[in-house]
Design a protein around this ligand. Sequence first.
Ligand code: SF4
Length: 84
Amino acid sequence: MPLKIVYDRTGCIGAGTCEALDPEDFELVEDGLADLKEGEESGNGTWEKEIPEERKEEALDAAKSCPVNVIKVIDTESGEQLYP
Ligand code: SF4
């Protein structure tokens, strides 16, 4: 089942746990905030990226670790929001 990460960069406080737990998807950059690697901007400072099922656990770990809950993980087939 394909998944999607939806990341609201405007709420990021640069805590960095997303990068530590899921370095394939998140990277802290010069402004001290995280970028969603190879993500596409979807408006209002939000970024999205499709990921394969095999990468689900890392993405969920990153989302759950974020102290300000700005990372969502969505099942794109059912539309179900897996986190938060
Ligand atoms: S864990 Fe959340 S607040 Fe911290 S860098 Fe990642 S997105 Fe930003």
